[in-house]
Design a protein around this ligand. Sequence first.
Ligand SMILES: [Zn+2]
Length: 236
Amino acid sequence: MSSRLRASLRACMFTCLAATVWLAAAEPARAGGRHKVPDLRSAPSTTRGPTQGVMLVPLTIHVASNLETRAQTLHRVRVAVARANRALEPYGFRVVVHKVWIMPGGYDTVTRRRDHRRLAEYASIDGTVHVFMVDRLELGSRLSGDRGVRGMHWRYRGLRKRFANRQYVVVNGDAPATTLVHELGHLFGLEHAYAHSNLMCSCRRGPRQVFTLGQGMIMRREARKFFRANLRSGTR
Ligand SMILES: [Zn+2]
């Protein structure tokens, strides 16, 4: 594997993949099939981006799960956000659900590169972190073979201006409550750790995993960069 490819892939054994994906073709976004679900919304539209004290992390939740698993998915979102706040509040973050969108059919399975490209169409630059809840997420890389993963952080590094700075998080249907905050860690600049007590370890088990102070400082710094870039190139 080349050093460039190695640098662009954060393979997470059975738990996550953060990948750089080159977007070869764009498909138009279809907004008509999405409907807002207001009961999960816990933040007004003005609460986005970092503040001097508490840094708000507004999430746009895209529910791509099929109808049978949707209620369970919404429950999992609540649990995962609570878990994220428990881990991130010591470092001055506050994760809030800004919007919940029910996506049209056909997005519940993410196994191919083009599936990721299709999701990118919905990850607009709007000052929020886009999270896609799917039923099935697999790593389709020829390098590693097909295998299930529980979450991934995807970002675009291609040359197309319309996709500049686009990145998002995908969470699989069987992911534990820690997957969302683990992927937010990647989004905010963290690599994997190897201590079982650390949330950035693929080996993490149980409810007691945490971030270290050093990781918290990195996340604060990188989150500021993320939201600055997100707002600067926003189209809202
Ligand atoms: Zn990971």
